[in-house]
Design a protein around this ligand. Structure first.
Ligand code: NAD
Length: 497
Protein backbone atom coordinates (compact mmCIF):
# COMPACT_ATOMS: atom_id res chain seq x y z
CA UNK A 1 0.00 0.00 0.00
CA UNK A 2 1.53 3.28 -1.11
CA UNK A 3 1.95 6.27 1.19
CA UNK A 4 1.44 9.61 -0.52
CA UNK A 5 4.41 11.97 -0.61
CA UNK A 6 4.55 15.57 0.53
CA UNK A 7 5.65 18.08 -2.12
CA UNK A 8 8.46 20.25 -0.84
CA UNK A 9 10.84 22.45 -2.81
CA UNK A 10 9.76 21.02 -6.15
CA UNK A 11 10.11 17.33 -5.24
CA UNK A 12 8.11 14.50 -3.74
CA UNK A 13 9.21 13.87 -0.15
CA UNK A 14 8.31 10.48 1.27
CA UNK A 15 8.09 9.64 4.96
CA UNK A 16 9.72 6.76 6.72
CA UNK A 17 7.71 4.02 8.42
CA UNK A 18 7.65 5.73 11.80
CA UNK A 19 5.33 8.57 10.77
CA UNK A 20 1.61 8.37 11.49
CA UNK A 21 -0.68 7.85 8.49
CA UNK A 22 -4.39 7.79 7.71
CA UNK A 23 -6.14 5.67 5.11
CA UNK A 24 -7.30 7.18 1.83
CA UNK A 25 -10.63 5.52 1.09
CA UNK A 26 -12.86 5.57 -1.98
CA UNK A 27 -16.26 6.16 -0.33
CA UNK A 28 -18.16 4.59 -3.24
CA UNK A 29 -16.33 1.27 -2.99
CA UNK A 30 -14.96 1.19 0.55
CA UNK A 31 -11.55 0.31 -0.92
CA UNK A 32 -8.44 1.76 0.73
CA UNK A 33 -6.38 3.19 -2.13
CA UNK A 34 -3.39 4.42 -0.17
CA UNK A 35 -2.22 6.20 2.92
CA UNK A 36 -1.68 9.85 3.66
CA UNK A 37 1.19 10.82 5.97
CA UNK A 38 0.37 13.07 8.92
CA UNK A 39 3.33 15.44 9.06
CA UNK A 40 4.90 16.33 12.36
CA UNK A 41 6.13 19.83 13.22
CA UNK A 42 9.57 19.18 11.78
CA UNK A 43 8.29 18.10 8.36
CA UNK A 44 5.91 21.07 8.28
CA UNK A 45 8.79 23.40 9.14
CA UNK A 46 10.74 21.93 6.22
CA UNK A 47 7.92 22.98 3.86
CA UNK A 48 7.78 26.43 5.46
CA UNK A 49 11.55 26.77 5.08
CA UNK A 50 11.33 25.87 1.38
CA UNK A 51 8.64 28.52 0.87
CA UNK A 52 10.57 31.07 2.90
CA UNK A 53 13.79 30.47 0.96
CA UNK A 54 12.00 30.71 -2.40
CA UNK A 55 10.24 33.97 -1.51
CA UNK A 56 12.94 36.62 -2.21
CA UNK A 57 13.60 35.46 -5.77
CA UNK A 58 9.91 34.89 -6.60
CA UNK A 59 8.93 38.28 -5.17
CA UNK A 60 11.52 39.91 -7.45
CA UNK A 61 10.61 37.90 -10.54
CA UNK A 62 9.03 40.28 -13.06
CA UNK A 63 5.27 40.39 -13.32
CA UNK A 64 5.53 39.29 -16.95
CA UNK A 65 7.45 36.16 -16.02
CA UNK A 66 5.19 35.41 -13.04
CA UNK A 67 2.03 35.72 -15.10
CA UNK A 68 3.55 33.67 -17.93
CA UNK A 69 3.69 30.76 -15.43
CA UNK A 70 0.07 31.40 -14.47
CA UNK A 71 -1.01 31.30 -18.13
CA UNK A 72 0.91 28.02 -18.60
CA UNK A 73 -0.73 26.52 -15.49
CA UNK A 74 -4.15 27.55 -16.79
CA UNK A 75 -3.53 25.88 -20.15
CA UNK A 76 -2.31 22.63 -18.57
CA UNK A 77 -5.20 22.57 -16.10
CA UNK A 78 -7.73 23.16 -18.85
CA UNK A 79 -6.25 20.42 -21.03
CA UNK A 80 -5.98 17.82 -18.28
CA UNK A 81 -8.86 18.52 -15.95
CA UNK A 82 -10.45 15.12 -16.52
CA UNK A 83 -7.48 13.51 -14.75
CA UNK A 84 -8.00 15.76 -11.75
CA UNK A 85 -11.75 15.12 -11.75
CA UNK A 86 -11.14 11.37 -11.56
CA UNK A 87 -8.87 11.84 -8.54
CA UNK A 88 -11.52 13.97 -6.81
CA UNK A 89 -14.31 11.47 -7.47
CA UNK A 90 -12.18 8.54 -6.29
CA UNK A 91 -11.37 10.17 -2.93
CA UNK A 92 -14.20 12.64 -2.21
CA UNK A 93 -17.06 10.74 -3.84
CA UNK A 94 -18.81 13.53 -5.77
CA UNK A 95 -19.95 12.60 -9.28
CA UNK A 96 -17.53 13.25 -12.16
CA UNK A 97 -19.58 16.10 -13.68
CA UNK A 98 -19.59 17.85 -10.34
CA UNK A 99 -15.84 17.34 -9.90
CA UNK A 100 -15.32 18.95 -13.32
CA UNK A 101 -17.58 21.79 -12.21
CA UNK A 102 -15.46 22.49 -9.16
CA UNK A 103 -12.31 22.53 -11.30
CA UNK A 104 -13.86 25.06 -13.71
CA UNK A 105 -14.73 27.37 -10.83
CA UNK A 106 -11.14 27.08 -9.58
CA UNK A 107 -9.82 27.69 -13.07
CA UNK A 108 -11.75 30.98 -13.14
CA UNK A 109 -9.57 32.18 -10.27
CA UNK A 110 -6.42 31.17 -12.17
CA UNK A 111 -7.71 33.23 -15.11
CA UNK A 112 -8.45 36.15 -12.81
CA UNK A 113 -4.90 35.95 -11.38
CA UNK A 114 -3.45 36.06 -14.93
CA UNK A 115 -4.48 39.72 -14.83
CA UNK A 116 -2.27 40.42 -11.82
CA UNK A 117 -0.18 43.16 -13.53
CA UNK A 118 -3.36 45.20 -13.84
CA UNK A 119 -4.59 44.29 -10.36
CA UNK A 120 -1.34 45.38 -8.70
CA UNK A 121 -1.25 48.81 -10.34
CA UNK A 122 -0.90 51.49 -7.70
CA UNK A 123 -1.65 55.21 -7.80
CA UNK A 124 0.63 58.12 -8.58
CA UNK A 125 0.29 61.78 -7.67
CA UNK A 126 2.56 64.37 -9.22
CA UNK A 127 3.31 67.56 -7.30
CA UNK A 128 1.57 66.48 -4.11
CA UNK A 129 3.68 69.17 -2.48
CA UNK A 130 6.34 71.45 -3.97
CA UNK A 131 8.36 69.14 -6.23
CA UNK A 132 7.06 66.18 -4.27
CA UNK A 133 5.51 63.15 -5.98
CA UNK A 134 3.73 60.28 -4.24
CA UNK A 135 3.04 56.77 -5.43
CA UNK A 136 1.64 53.62 -3.92
CA UNK A 137 2.50 49.98 -4.50
CA UNK A 138 1.22 46.67 -3.18
CA UNK A 139 3.84 44.10 -2.28
CA UNK A 140 3.51 40.38 -1.48
CA UNK A 141 3.26 39.41 2.19
CA UNK A 142 5.59 36.37 2.11
CA UNK A 143 4.83 32.75 2.98
CA UNK A 144 1.09 32.10 2.66
CA UNK A 145 -0.40 29.05 4.38
CA UNK A 146 -3.58 27.53 2.93
CA UNK A 147 -5.53 24.97 4.96
CA UNK A 148 -8.41 23.42 3.07
CA UNK A 149 -11.46 21.19 3.71
CA UNK A 150 -12.45 17.87 2.18
CA UNK A 151 -15.43 19.02 0.16
CA UNK A 152 -13.59 20.95 -2.58
CA UNK A 153 -10.07 19.48 -2.78
CA UNK A 154 -9.27 21.46 -5.96
CA UNK A 155 -11.49 24.53 -6.01
CA UNK A 156 -10.95 25.78 -2.45
CA UNK A 157 -7.13 25.76 -2.67
CA UNK A 158 -7.56 27.48 -6.05
CA UNK A 159 -9.57 30.27 -4.40
CA UNK A 160 -6.27 31.33 -2.88
CA UNK A 161 -3.05 30.02 -4.43
CA UNK A 162 -3.36 31.54 -7.93
CA UNK A 163 -3.80 35.00 -6.41
CA UNK A 164 -1.09 34.46 -3.78
CA UNK A 165 1.46 33.18 -6.30
CA UNK A 166 0.70 35.74 -9.02
CA UNK A 167 1.11 38.50 -6.42
CA UNK A 168 4.61 37.21 -5.61
CA UNK A 169 4.02 35.10 -2.49
CA UNK A 170 5.10 31.53 -1.85
CA UNK A 171 2.66 28.91 -0.58
CA UNK A 172 2.38 25.97 1.80
CA UNK A 173 -0.87 24.10 1.19
CA UNK A 174 -2.16 21.71 3.87
CA UNK A 175 -5.08 19.91 2.20
CA UNK A 176 -7.70 17.77 3.91
CA UNK A 177 -6.34 14.38 4.90
CA UNK A 178 -9.56 12.78 3.58
CA UNK A 179 -8.83 13.55 -0.10
CA UNK A 180 -5.20 14.67 -0.32
CA UNK A 181 -4.10 13.53 -3.80
CA UNK A 182 -5.56 16.46 -5.78
CA UNK A 183 -3.03 18.76 -4.08
CA UNK A 184 -0.08 16.68 -5.29
CA UNK A 185 -1.49 16.59 -8.81
CA UNK A 186 -1.74 20.39 -8.84
CA UNK A 187 1.81 20.70 -7.42
CA UNK A 188 3.21 18.62 -10.27
CA UNK A 189 1.24 20.72 -12.74
CA UNK A 190 2.85 23.89 -11.34
CA UNK A 191 6.27 22.36 -11.89
CA UNK A 192 5.35 21.52 -15.47
CA UNK A 193 4.12 25.09 -15.93
CA UNK A 194 7.56 26.37 -14.97
CA UNK A 195 7.01 27.53 -11.38
CA UNK A 196 10.36 27.67 -9.55
CA UNK A 197 10.93 25.07 -6.83
CA UNK A 198 9.75 26.07 -3.36
CA UNK A 199 7.06 28.53 -4.51
CA UNK A 200 4.27 25.95 -4.10
CA UNK A 201 4.60 23.27 -1.42
CA UNK A 202 2.17 20.68 -0.11
CA UNK A 203 2.39 19.21 3.36
CA UNK A 204 -0.08 16.53 4.41
CA UNK A 205 -1.28 16.27 7.97
CA UNK A 206 -3.74 17.12 10.69
CA UNK A 207 -3.70 19.26 13.81
CA UNK A 208 0.06 19.11 14.50
CA UNK A 209 0.85 20.35 11.03
CA UNK A 210 -1.85 23.06 11.17
CA UNK A 211 -0.66 24.27 14.58
CA UNK A 212 2.88 24.59 13.21
CA UNK A 213 1.63 26.72 10.30
CA UNK A 214 -0.36 28.93 12.68
CA UNK A 215 2.59 29.68 14.95
CA UNK A 216 5.75 29.62 12.80
CA UNK A 217 7.06 33.16 12.49
CA UNK A 218 8.03 32.68 8.83
CA UNK A 219 4.35 32.29 7.85
CA UNK A 220 2.83 35.69 7.02
CA UNK A 221 -0.77 34.83 6.21
CA UNK A 222 -3.25 32.01 6.75
CA UNK A 223 -6.20 31.24 4.48
CA UNK A 224 -8.42 28.61 6.09
CA UNK A 225 -11.65 26.96 4.97
CA UNK A 226 -13.47 24.38 7.09
CA UNK A 227 -15.96 24.01 9.92
CA UNK A 228 -16.85 26.95 12.17
CA UNK A 229 -15.19 25.73 15.42
CA UNK A 230 -11.86 25.09 13.63
CA UNK A 231 -12.15 28.35 11.65
CA UNK A 232 -12.54 30.27 14.91
CA UNK A 233 -9.62 28.42 16.48
CA UNK A 234 -7.42 29.06 13.43
CA UNK A 235 -8.37 32.75 13.38
CA UNK A 236 -7.70 33.27 17.09
CA UNK A 237 -4.45 31.29 17.14
CA UNK A 238 -2.89 32.69 13.98
CA UNK A 239 -3.83 36.32 14.71
CA UNK A 240 -2.32 35.94 18.19
CA UNK A 241 0.91 35.09 16.35
CA UNK A 242 0.65 38.29 14.33
CA UNK A 243 -0.54 36.81 11.04
CA UNK A 244 -3.23 38.10 8.76
CA UNK A 245 -6.01 35.52 8.61
CA UNK A 246 -9.11 34.79 6.57
CA UNK A 247 -10.92 31.79 8.07
CA UNK A 248 -14.07 30.67 6.29
CA UNK A 249 -16.40 28.48 8.34
CA UNK A 250 -19.62 26.49 8.13
CA UNK A 251 -23.04 27.41 6.83
CA UNK A 252 -26.79 26.88 6.97
CA UNK A 253 -28.15 28.38 3.78
CA UNK A 254 -31.82 29.31 3.45
CA UNK A 255 -33.92 29.69 0.33
CA UNK A 256 -36.92 31.98 0.87
CA UNK A 257 -39.81 31.19 -1.47
CA UNK A 258 -42.51 33.84 -1.89
CA UNK A 259 -46.02 32.95 -3.10
CA UNK A 260 -45.46 34.51 -6.54
CA UNK A 261 -42.42 32.34 -7.38
CA UNK A 262 -42.55 29.89 -10.27
CA UNK A 263 -42.85 26.69 -8.24
CA UNK A 264 -41.43 24.34 -10.89
CA UNK A 265 -38.29 26.42 -11.30
CA UNK A 266 -38.06 26.77 -7.52
CA UNK A 267 -38.46 23.04 -6.88
CA UNK A 268 -35.76 22.22 -9.45
CA UNK A 269 -33.45 24.76 -7.81
CA UNK A 270 -34.11 23.45 -4.28
CA UNK A 271 -33.33 19.87 -5.32
CA UNK A 272 -30.19 20.83 -7.26
CA UNK A 273 -28.86 23.04 -4.49
CA UNK A 274 -29.94 20.78 -1.63
CA UNK A 275 -28.67 17.44 -2.89
CA UNK A 276 -25.86 18.34 -5.33
CA UNK A 277 -22.54 16.92 -4.04
CA UNK A 278 -24.67 15.02 -1.48
CA UNK A 279 -25.23 18.30 0.36
CA UNK A 280 -21.52 18.57 1.12
CA UNK A 281 -21.20 22.12 -0.18
CA UNK A 282 -20.80 25.19 1.98
CA UNK A 283 -23.25 26.87 -0.41
CA UNK A 284 -25.77 23.99 -0.38
CA UNK A 285 -29.33 24.99 0.40
CA UNK A 286 -30.31 23.14 3.56
CA UNK A 287 -33.46 25.06 4.52
CA UNK A 288 -36.35 26.00 2.24
CA UNK A 289 -38.40 28.75 3.89
CA UNK A 290 -41.84 28.49 2.32
CA UNK A 291 -44.50 31.14 2.75
CA UNK A 292 -47.53 29.12 3.77
CA UNK A 293 -49.89 29.74 0.82
CA UNK A 294 -47.66 27.74 -1.51
CA UNK A 295 -45.95 25.39 0.96
CA UNK A 296 -48.08 22.28 0.26
CA UNK A 297 -47.64 22.55 -3.51
CA UNK A 298 -43.91 23.31 -3.24
CA UNK A 299 -43.23 20.40 -0.88
CA UNK A 300 -45.03 18.01 -3.19
CA UNK A 301 -43.03 19.23 -6.21
CA UNK A 302 -39.72 18.94 -4.32
CA UNK A 303 -40.65 15.47 -3.04
CA UNK A 304 -41.50 14.22 -6.53
CA UNK A 305 -38.11 15.37 -7.86
CA UNK A 306 -36.23 14.07 -4.81
CA UNK A 307 -37.62 10.57 -5.33
CA UNK A 308 -36.41 10.58 -8.95
CA UNK A 309 -32.71 11.10 -8.15
CA UNK A 310 -30.22 8.36 -9.00
CA UNK A 311 -27.69 7.75 -6.25
CA UNK A 312 -24.50 5.79 -6.74
CA UNK A 313 -20.81 5.65 -7.56
CA UNK A 314 -19.80 8.98 -9.10
CA UNK A 315 -18.22 7.23 -12.09
CA UNK A 316 -21.48 5.52 -13.10
CA UNK A 317 -23.63 8.46 -14.20
CA UNK A 318 -25.44 8.94 -10.89
CA UNK A 319 -26.94 12.30 -9.88
CA UNK A 320 -25.47 12.10 -6.38
CA UNK A 321 -22.56 10.19 -4.87
CA UNK A 322 -21.74 8.96 -1.36
CA UNK A 323 -20.90 10.94 1.75
CA UNK A 324 -17.17 11.40 2.25
CA UNK A 325 -16.81 8.70 4.92
CA UNK A 326 -18.93 6.05 6.61
CA UNK A 327 -18.57 7.97 9.91
CA UNK A 328 -19.96 11.12 8.32
CA UNK A 329 -22.77 9.13 6.70
CA UNK A 330 -23.74 7.73 10.09
CA UNK A 331 -23.66 11.17 11.68
CA UNK A 332 -26.00 12.53 8.98
CA UNK A 333 -28.31 9.51 9.39
CA UNK A 334 -28.36 10.32 13.12
CA UNK A 335 -29.80 13.74 12.26
CA UNK A 336 -32.61 12.06 10.31
CA UNK A 337 -33.43 10.00 13.42
CA UNK A 338 -33.32 13.18 15.53
CA UNK A 339 -35.62 15.03 13.12
CA UNK A 340 -38.22 12.27 13.31
CA UNK A 341 -37.98 12.18 17.09
CA UNK A 342 -38.38 15.97 17.31
CA UNK A 343 -41.66 15.76 15.36
CA UNK A 344 -40.71 17.01 11.89
CA UNK A 345 -42.62 15.40 9.00
CA UNK A 346 -40.35 12.98 7.14
CA UNK A 347 -41.57 13.30 3.54
CA UNK A 348 -38.75 11.35 1.84
CA UNK A 349 -36.60 9.01 3.96
CA UNK A 350 -33.04 8.73 2.63
CA UNK A 351 -32.21 5.87 4.97
CA UNK A 352 -34.17 3.69 2.54
CA UNK A 353 -33.70 2.96 -1.15
CA UNK A 354 -31.08 1.48 -3.43
CA UNK A 355 -27.74 2.81 -4.54
CA UNK A 356 -25.65 1.82 -7.55
CA UNK A 357 -22.25 1.16 -5.96
CA UNK A 358 -19.94 -1.65 -4.87
CA UNK A 359 -20.34 -0.70 -1.22
CA UNK A 360 -23.42 1.09 0.14
CA UNK A 361 -21.87 1.92 3.52
CA UNK A 362 -21.13 5.60 2.89
CA UNK A 363 -24.38 6.33 1.03
CA UNK A 364 -27.58 8.02 2.05
CA UNK A 365 -30.41 8.79 -0.30
CA UNK A 366 -31.79 12.34 -0.38
CA UNK A 367 -34.04 13.16 2.54
CA UNK A 368 -36.82 15.74 2.78
CA UNK A 369 -38.37 17.05 6.01
CA UNK A 370 -41.42 19.31 6.22
CA UNK A 371 -42.77 21.28 9.20
CA UNK A 372 -39.32 21.78 10.66
CA UNK A 373 -39.14 24.31 13.48
CA UNK A 374 -36.13 26.43 14.47
CA UNK A 375 -35.62 24.68 17.82
CA UNK A 376 -34.91 21.29 16.17
CA UNK A 377 -31.30 20.08 15.76
CA UNK A 378 -31.92 19.46 12.04
CA UNK A 379 -32.54 23.20 11.75
CA UNK A 380 -29.89 24.42 14.18
CA UNK A 381 -26.86 22.41 13.07
CA UNK A 382 -24.94 22.30 9.83
CA UNK A 383 -25.70 18.69 8.80
CA UNK A 384 -23.53 18.75 5.66
CA UNK A 385 -25.42 15.95 3.97
CA UNK A 386 -28.40 15.36 1.64
CA UNK A 387 -31.06 16.46 4.12
CA UNK A 388 -33.36 19.30 3.10
CA UNK A 389 -35.67 20.92 5.65
CA UNK A 390 -38.77 22.97 4.91
CA UNK A 391 -39.74 25.60 7.46
CA UNK A 392 -43.14 27.21 6.93
CA UNK A 393 -43.60 30.93 7.62
CA UNK A 394 -46.56 33.30 7.32
CA UNK A 395 -44.86 36.19 5.56
CA UNK A 396 -41.73 37.66 3.94
CA UNK A 397 -40.95 39.42 7.23
CA UNK A 398 -41.09 36.21 9.25
CA UNK A 399 -38.85 34.45 6.70
CA UNK A 400 -36.34 37.30 6.69
CA UNK A 401 -36.20 37.37 10.50
CA UNK A 402 -35.54 33.61 10.57
CA UNK A 403 -32.60 33.99 8.18
CA UNK A 404 -31.18 37.00 10.00
CA UNK A 405 -31.45 35.27 13.40
CA UNK A 406 -29.38 32.31 12.19
CA UNK A 407 -25.81 32.29 13.45
CA UNK A 408 -24.45 31.54 9.97
CA UNK A 409 -24.46 33.97 7.05
CA UNK A 410 -22.75 32.30 4.12
CA UNK A 411 -25.26 32.13 1.26
CA UNK A 412 -28.99 32.61 0.78
CA UNK A 413 -31.50 32.96 -2.03
CA UNK A 414 -34.94 34.41 -2.63
CA UNK A 415 -37.28 32.95 -5.21
CA UNK A 416 -39.90 35.42 -6.42
CA UNK A 417 -41.18 37.27 -9.48
CA UNK A 418 -41.58 40.47 -7.47
CA UNK A 419 -38.64 42.79 -8.16
CA UNK A 420 -39.51 45.03 -5.23
CA UNK A 421 -39.50 42.15 -2.76
CA UNK A 422 -36.21 40.85 -4.18
CA UNK A 423 -34.65 44.28 -3.87
CA UNK A 424 -35.78 44.55 -0.24
CA UNK A 425 -34.24 41.14 0.44
CA UNK A 426 -30.90 42.11 -1.15
CA UNK A 427 -30.82 45.12 1.11
CA UNK A 428 -32.09 43.61 4.36
CA UNK A 429 -30.64 40.12 4.56
CA UNK A 430 -27.60 39.63 6.83
CA UNK A 431 -25.72 37.20 4.59
CA UNK A 432 -22.57 37.59 2.49
CA UNK A 433 -23.70 35.99 -0.79
CA UNK A 434 -27.26 36.47 -2.02
CA UNK A 435 -29.08 34.89 -4.96
CA UNK A 436 -32.23 36.19 -6.62
CA UNK A 437 -33.75 33.15 -8.32
CA UNK A 438 -30.21 31.69 -8.19
CA UNK A 439 -29.94 28.99 -5.51
CA UNK A 440 -26.13 28.77 -5.23
CA UNK A 441 -24.88 32.32 -5.69
CA UNK A 442 -21.14 31.57 -5.76
CA UNK A 443 -19.53 34.83 -6.92
CA UNK A 444 -17.44 34.96 -10.08
CA UNK A 445 -13.67 35.03 -9.51
CA UNK A 446 -13.51 38.81 -10.07
CA UNK A 447 -15.92 39.33 -7.16
CA UNK A 448 -15.02 38.02 -3.72
CA UNK A 449 -16.35 34.88 -2.00
CA UNK A 450 -17.21 35.03 1.67
CA UNK A 451 -19.92 34.82 4.29
CA UNK A 452 -20.85 36.87 7.34
CA UNK A 453 -21.21 36.07 11.06
CA UNK A 454 -20.04 32.55 12.02
CA UNK A 455 -19.34 31.71 8.37
CA UNK A 456 -16.16 33.82 8.24
CA UNK A 457 -13.63 35.02 10.78
CA UNK A 458 -11.47 37.91 9.61
CA UNK A 459 -12.48 40.77 7.38
CA UNK A 460 -11.32 39.70 3.94
CA UNK A 461 -13.17 37.43 1.56
CA UNK A 462 -11.51 35.11 -0.96
CA UNK A 463 -10.32 36.10 -4.48
CA UNK A 464 -11.46 39.18 -6.40
CA UNK A 465 -10.19 42.55 -5.19
CA UNK A 466 -10.31 41.38 -1.55
CA UNK A 467 -8.07 38.41 -2.33
CA UNK A 468 -5.50 40.67 -3.98
CA UNK A 469 -5.66 42.93 -0.95
CA UNK A 470 -5.19 39.98 1.44
CA UNK A 471 -2.08 38.67 -0.30
CA UNK A 472 -0.41 42.09 -0.56
CA UNK A 473 0.61 44.92 1.74
CA UNK A 474 0.27 48.57 0.80
CA UNK A 475 3.24 50.89 0.70
CA UNK A 476 3.22 54.62 -0.10
CA UNK A 477 6.35 56.35 -1.33
CA UNK A 478 6.76 60.13 -1.02
CA UNK A 479 9.74 61.51 -2.95
CA UNK A 480 11.51 64.68 -3.94
CA UNK A 481 14.51 64.96 -6.28
CA UNK A 482 17.21 67.62 -6.15
CA UNK A 483 14.99 70.45 -4.97
CA UNK A 484 16.90 73.47 -3.61
CA UNK A 485 14.10 74.06 -1.08
CA UNK A 486 15.44 71.02 0.78
CA UNK A 487 18.45 73.10 1.85
CA UNK A 488 18.47 74.30 5.46
CA UNK A 489 17.68 72.90 8.89
CA UNK A 490 14.01 72.61 9.94
CA UNK A 491 13.02 70.23 12.74
CA UNK A 492 9.28 70.96 12.30
CA UNK A 493 6.81 68.29 11.18
CA UNK A 494 6.72 68.20 7.36
CA UNK A 495 3.75 70.14 6.00
CA UNK A 496 2.60 70.59 2.43
CA UNK A 497 3.60 73.63 0.50
P1 NAD B 1 -12.74 20.64 9.09
O1 NAD B 1 -12.90 21.90 9.87
O2 NAD B 1 -12.91 19.34 9.80
O3 NAD B 1 -11.28 20.57 8.41
C1 NAD B 1 -10.77 21.65 7.65
C2 NAD B 1 -9.24 21.62 7.73
O4 NAD B 1 -8.85 21.81 9.09
C3 NAD B 1 -8.63 20.31 7.27
O5 NAD B 1 -7.46 20.58 6.53
C4 NAD B 1 -8.29 19.59 8.58
O6 NAD B 1 -7.17 18.76 8.48
C5 NAD B 1 -8.00 20.74 9.53
N1 NAD B 1 -8.37 20.44 10.92
C6 NAD B 1 -9.37 19.62 11.35
N2 NAD B 1 -9.42 19.60 12.69
C7 NAD B 1 -8.43 20.43 13.14
C8 NAD B 1 -7.99 20.84 14.43
N3 NAD B 1 -8.57 20.39 15.54
N4 NAD B 1 -6.98 21.70 14.51
C9 NAD B 1 -6.37 22.17 13.40
N5 NAD B 1 -6.76 21.82 12.15
C10 NAD B 1 -7.78 20.96 12.00
O7 NAD B 1 -13.74 20.76 7.84
P2 NAD B 1 -14.10 19.65 6.78
O8 NAD B 1 -14.96 18.62 7.43
O9 NAD B 1 -12.91 19.20 6.05
O10 NAD B 1 -14.98 20.51 5.75
C11 NAD B 1 -16.34 20.74 5.90
C12 NAD B 1 -16.62 22.09 6.52
O11 NAD B 1 -16.02 23.11 5.72
C13 NAD B 1 -18.09 22.43 6.57
O12 NAD B 1 -18.36 23.03 7.80
C14 NAD B 1 -18.28 23.43 5.44
O13 NAD B 1 -19.34 24.34 5.59
C15 NAD B 1 -16.97 24.14 5.50
N6 NAD B 1 -16.70 24.82 4.24
C16 NAD B 1 -16.86 26.16 4.22
C17 NAD B 1 -16.66 26.86 3.06
C18 NAD B 1 -16.85 28.34 3.02
O14 NAD B 1 -16.54 28.93 2.00
N7 NAD B 1 -17.33 28.99 4.06
C19 NAD B 1 -16.25 26.17 1.90
C20 NAD B 1 -16.06 24.79 1.96
C21 NAD B 1 -16.30 24.13 3.16
Amino acid sequence: METLAHWINGSAVTEGDSVRTADIINPATGVVSGRVPLADAERTQQAIAAASDAFPAWRDTSLSKRTAVLFAFRELLNARKEELAEIITAEQGKVLADALGEISRGQEVVEFACGMPHLLKGGHTENASAAVDVHSVRQPVGVSAIISPFNFPAMVPMWFFPVAIAAGNTVVLKPSEKDPSAANWMAELWKEAGLPDGVFNVVHGGKESVDTLLSDERVASVSFVGSTPIAKYVYETATSHGKRVQALGGAKNHMLVLPDADLDITADAAVNAGYGAAGERCMAISVVVAVEDIADELVSKIAERTRSLKVGDGTRGADMGPLVTVEHRNKVAGYIDAGVEAGATLVVDGREGDVDADSADAFLNPTLFDNVSPDMSIYQDEIFGPVLSVVRVKSYDEGLALINDNKYGNGTAIFTNNGGAARRFENEVQVGMVGVNVPIPVPMAYYSFGGWKSSLFGDTHAHGAEGVHFFTRGKVITKRWQDPSQLGINLGFPTNG
